[in-house]
Design a binder for this molecule. Structure first.
Ligand code: GRF
Length: 220
């Protein structure tokens, strides 16, 4: 089976991009990272892509009068690179309904909370403020409403008594790096599908869609 061609859209550090690049370095991984697009010219993720010899494009939202023309420029780049799947990884722009509908079922996002809790920004501080004892991250399909699409996989991490938003965020980020390559693999190898807007998984994969850290059987 040929590898699916994946574009990763970023705005910043790109540590999730790096996790995807590292996973795709294995020839048996069912996806190749074929293009990285950033809306910011100084995003460190561009350097990560260049280090891996992946084509990059900077498409700044500031160069376009409205969202639809910005999205059209992204669409043009995706078409030029014959992209099959899009991964949002710290991409800080809201995409138009038209764009998200066009890519429905073929576009994933990673969000640093256990959705549907804590949508939007500053999720780690929000989790601390709410006093939750378990926090985490979610990979989901992208729909027009922000952070609201069908959930693919989640990872949970503990909130520790003296946590700061930064400490908690680092714990969540490590979990993100585990689940995003996993979700992309499942989408590309055909074991994960969207049927009638719901995530369907093969029986073989069904037990693998929630990760816990620490694992429940090691919590005393
Ligand atoms: C991650 O926490 C991701 O969940 C959120 O933005 C952050 C991006 O981090 N959407 P990085 O650029 O992948 O390091």
């Amino acid at each position: 089976m040929s590898r699916r061609r994946v574009a990763v859209l970023i705005s910043g550090s790109g540590s999730n991009l790096q996790a995807l690049i590292d996973a795709a370095a294995d020839p048996s991984y069912p996806a190749e990272i074929a293009l990285v697009i950033s809306n910011k010219a100084d995003a460190y993720g561009l350097t990560r892509a260049q280090n891996a010899s992946i084509p990059t494009q900077v498409i700044s939202h500031k160069d376009f009068p409205d969202r639809s023309q910005f999205d059209a420029a992204i669409q043009k780049a995706l078409a030029e690179h014959t992209i099959d799947i899009v991964c949002l990884a710290g991409f800080m722009r809201i995409l138009t309904s038209e764009f998200t509908q066009k890519w429905f079922g073929k576009m994933l996002n990673i969000h640093p909370s256990l959705l549907p809790s804590f949508k939007g920004m500053h999720t780690h501080q929000a989790a601390l403020d709410a006093g939750v004892k378990i926090h985490g991250c979610t990979v989901h399909f992208v729909v027009p409403e922000m952070d609201a699409g069908p959930i693919v996989i989640q990872a949970a991490v503990p909130v520790l008594p003296d946590d700061t938003a930064d400490a908690l965020g680092a714990r969540v980020l490590a979990a993100e790096h585990q689940i995003y390559p996993y979700a992309l693999k499942r989408l590309c190898d055909g074991t994960l599908k969207l049927i009638d807007g719901k995530v369907s998984k093969s029986k073989q994969a069904v037990h693998e869609y929630a990760l816990f850290n620490p694992l429940p059987n090691v919590v005393k």
